[in-house]
Design a protein around this ligand. Sequence first.
Ligand code: FE2
Length: 358
Amino acid sequence: MEKILVVDDSMTYRGIISSILEDYNLVMAEDGSKAIEKLNKYDDIDIMILDLKMPVMDGFQVLSEVKKERKFKDIPVLILTNVDEIESEIRGLEAGAVDYIRKPINADSLQKRIEVHRDLIRARKEIIKKNEELEERVKYRTKQLELSRKITIDALTGLLEIRDVESSNHTRRTQCIMKVLGEKLLNDSPYSKSLNKLKVEEIYKTCPLHDIGKVGVLDSILLKPGKLTDYEYEEMKKHVKYGVDALIKNVPTEEDLPLVGTALNIIAHHHEKFDGTGYPKGLKGTDISIEGRMMGIVDVYDALSSKRVYKNAFPHEKSMEIIISERGKHFDPIIVDAFIKIQDDVIKIIKEYGADDE
Ligand SMILES: [Fe+2]
């Protein structure tokens, strides 16, 4: 049963109310300050019946204290007034009381009014409980979804690692650099308005998929130690199309899942160049998605600063020189500028995950 705090300096009235509301769990207080004490003592008061005229601390002061305190402000307060105290009634209701009971008390009226508020409290508690359950369910589903996304991306990139196309260090390095670059562009660049926190997260979470289409390229080309012939290079370029096709065939539309749109852009655009000389479509400038332009720089930087069968790893300065020389040509100048600003982090990331690709 609901717990009701009855605050009245008159012992007679406290007795009358007790006998009318005998089915409830009642707590008594004989003045305002005792009422506050009881509220603090019991943290499960459901309803308060409050006399307005009392010594020590009157009902208005109690009301004002209750409404100020976060943990008490939602307790419905019913004020006790005399028939000739209409003004007090109005003042009490304005101060936050939800209802009034007039003295002399009518037993049926008091009981009915308490029942109304009891039902409201129960309904509110039920809604809070349902909301909490719903929140828990949403949290659980979100976690599951996150996990399945991660497993899918890890499994797909794992295929590239199995075929020796990429090392897991390359994946981690490019992912970490994309994260730092995305955050820099979001917080300190002319592109801050084209990005948001969620988009940056989508970009670095899906960027390991950029070369997923390489699983469709022949080993003799993919793993060739020397320079590719023109024919082989054309075959190699198809990895973009294979990646896009694989994703489009197997996943819902971009509208359904923005993450997929981001992944698609990264795959489709990471070999496009800012001046329009890239592949597969020869897109130019901002026709290339921001994630594609970002991936373009990070991918090239990582290839330059890693060891390959045909070349040693370039030192950071040399790699940066090449990147900067392509500012406005291969690469978006704004993203190059942001990349220059995050150099210290890039060096740290390369150190942590090693530039050891073969
Ligand atoms: Fe690629």
